[in-house]
Structure formats: structure tokens, C-alpha cells
Design a protein around this ligand. Sequence first.
Ligand SMILES: *Cc1c(COP(=O)(O)O)cnc(C)c1O
Length: 471
Amino acid sequence: MQIVSPAALPAVDKVLAFAGVQALAVSHGRKPTLQAVRTVLGRLRACALEGSLPADALQEAALTGAVAAVLKAADRPALRAVFNLTGTVLHTNLGRALLPEEAIARVAEVMRRPCNLEFDLAFARRGDRDSLVEPLLQELTGAEAAAVVNNNAAAVLLALDTLARGREVIVSRGELIEIGGSFRIPDIMRRAGCKLLEVGTTNRTHRHDYADAIGAKTALLLKVHTSNYVIQGFTASVDEPTLATLAHEAGLPFMVDLGSGTLVDLSRYGLPYEPTPQQALAAGADLVSFSGDKLLGGPQAGILVGRKELIARIKKNPLKRALRVDKLTYAALEAVLRLYRDPDRLPARLPTLRLLTLAPEEIEQRVQAVAPTLANTLAAHASVTPIRLASQIGSGSLPVERLESRGLRIEPLGGARGRGRRLAALEAAFRHLPTPVIGRIADDALLFDLRCLEREAVPAFLDQLTHLSLP
Ligand SMILES: *Cc1c(COP(=O)(O)O)cnc(C)c1O
């Protein structure tokens, strides 16, 4: 192999004049192509200075190919689709809920065309954007009124800022939660300008703990659904009807942060039970907050439902304006809420529920569909073995429950030496595919849980395996 010096590098103009590079300038634009040529020549210069630049790299075809590769990489969107084979269905880092086609169509329409976001079509006057989903939320939860903000963290912040600024909020010590991404209930309270009054102990809180804490400065009793952990063993907490009665006797509102909010009893689909806003309201809660993109299966949003008078105050808070959501969120949320009007067909229509209720046998079919090709592709590098797995619901929903699943265990071949490095390289190879494949590393292997590999996506998944760049 002949090594060349930096002096052998062609000028930018010369590379730009290559027929292949001219064609790239037509398809990608002149300026991005010029930039790509500079990038390529810069890299080659660095190699040449190290004394490691082969003369072959300066041939027209090689240079053109390198410029095309730089342009292609630059065109790839930063935010793009991946295969979620982590086994966590509602994965916060992978975008949580997948939206139903109905919602996608509604979002596309309001992106393309003007819409009545804040225009009351009945009376030709300014409207309230929350009124687009309020009737559905009233119907589905039994609430008197509803408001929507950017996420549930914002909903909690806004509710506390409106109802408890400068005053005290009573919460059980067992519910002072931190959610991933450092959402901590005590921090939110501080931001909302209210004083946290912790009552009880980590594992046990009683009615009298709350009762003793109520005083002249109390603004609110708050119950937080401990969505991402459970306290087991010698435990006691106070149920919602008791807290509601206690709050109301003192003339105070009672709020429940449900975290995940499902609007149906999930046990009817064979899933673990999760409390619903309609139940919290029926138990006497005056205000309930929950997420749009957890078990609800909709867009990122925070939903507040409850008493008309409290929601009216919340809507008047200037912070509401700062935390409001756009037309895309309302379009998607409305479409998703509509699906809840027909719970019988929900698992077929709502992707989150469809994925959560997949039978192990259905997932097994996907394992059978991908295992042979995967094993062939990896033959010289890793073994591929079908295994039983346990999927998680994710996003702090139903933390201890696991769903029986199926998947593949991919183990690097060879002895113990360098095994960790080979495993990391295998994981990276899948992560660097055109549509990145995200699995998880556990028990010295790369695990793919196939629950979230939809049947229609199997061909695309297999096709791109030819791009795997294995060491
Ligand atoms: C997830 C969660 C939140 C935050 O909801 P986001 O929609 O992620 O902002 C707040 N409280 C509880 C109890 C949660 O589980």
C-alpha cells in the first residue's frame, strides 16, 4: 500500500468538479456539498499528517464516495425512529406512547390547515383551547371541568402554584417521590412557592398524622400515587375517601397526583389494576392530575380534572399560559380520548394497550420470524437463542408488574477474555443501524424483547441487518 503526504491532496475545486460530486451538488445543494468536500479533505489531511493516508483514498471514486457518505450522514435527522427492543413499553427515553393512526391523521390535518384552536365556532368569538377536549374528559372521568398543560409535572406545578402558593401542603412521607429525570415532589412544591408538610413515616402514615398537621396555613391535602416503587411489609396509608372527608371537614381541597392515568380498568384486559381519575374523583378528590403519554397512550401532556371552581382558578393563573400545549397536542389528545368511549375495541385501536396485551404466543411468532436471519447474519460473531423474558410497562406505571414476553439472547462467541468489549461492540453495531435497534445488556448478553417489534415492521428490521458493521 502506497502512503502519500499532505501535498498529494487535491484542491477543493478539483474535487467539486468531479462528475459524481457535481451530481451530489444537484441533489443535496451546492453549499452542503462544498462543506462535505472540505470535511472529507480535512479528514484525509489528518491521516496524511499521521503518515497513514493510502494513495487509493485519493482516487476519484473513493473521494466521491466519501463526500456522498458525509452528505448522507448530515441528512439523517437527529430525532428519528428506532426499534424499541428494551422490553419497556412506555420508555421515557424512547418517546413513551406510540400514537394511534386516528391521532396521527388529526395531527397531520391541523398542521396543514388552519383550525379552530381558540375560536368558538358556535358564537364566532374567542374560545378556550381546553374546551376542545373538556367535554370528552368530563364524560370519561365524571369531572366537572378539565385543563391541559405540557406534562404532568407541569400540571402538579400549576395546581400547587394556584392553590397553595405561600401556604402549606400536607403529604405523606411515603409519597415524596422522585420520577426519572429528577422530577421530585418536594422540589416542585418549593418551585410552586409552597411549604411541604411531611407527615407520617416512610412506611406508615395514619389519618391522625394528617389531622394533626392541619392548621391555619394549610392550603391543600395531596396524595401522590407512588407510581415507580412499592412499599411492602409493615405499611399503612390513608385511603382517598378518608383524606377527602378530612380535607373537606377542614374546608380544604384534596388533590391526587395519579402519575399515570388510565381511563379504563386495565384488569378487564388481563393487565394489573391501576387507579383511574374517575375513581379518585368518586372517592372525593377535588383535583386529579395525570400524564397524557403514560398508560393513557396519548401525546405528552398533563391533564387536570376536577371541581369547576378550582379548574377555573387554575386556568386564570398566568403560568397556565406558559405551560399550555399547542394544536398538535390537542389534536392527538382528542383522538385518543375518543377511542376511550368504546373500551371494547380499545386494545385493537390504542397501540399502548395493544402492545401491553400481546399474548406471549404472538411475540413468539415474531421471535420465529427474525431468529433465523439474525442467527445467519451473526453466525461468525454471536449465538442467537430464543428466550423467555419479562417486559415492563415503564414510565413509572405499575412498577413491580411484569408481562410475560419472548425474545432473543445474543451472546458474543469466544472465551471470557475481551468478552465485555465484544458485547459492547455488538450492542453498538445494532445501535448504529440506519434505524437504530435498542436492546438491553443483561446477564452477559444482549437481550432483545420482541414485544414492541410490530409484525409489519419485521421485514424492515430484517432488511437493514445487511448494514450491521461487526468487528
Ligand atoms: C410520571 C409522573 C409524574 C410526571 O409526569 P410527566 O407527564 O412525565 O411530567 C408526576 N407524578 C407522578 C406520580 C408520576 O408518576
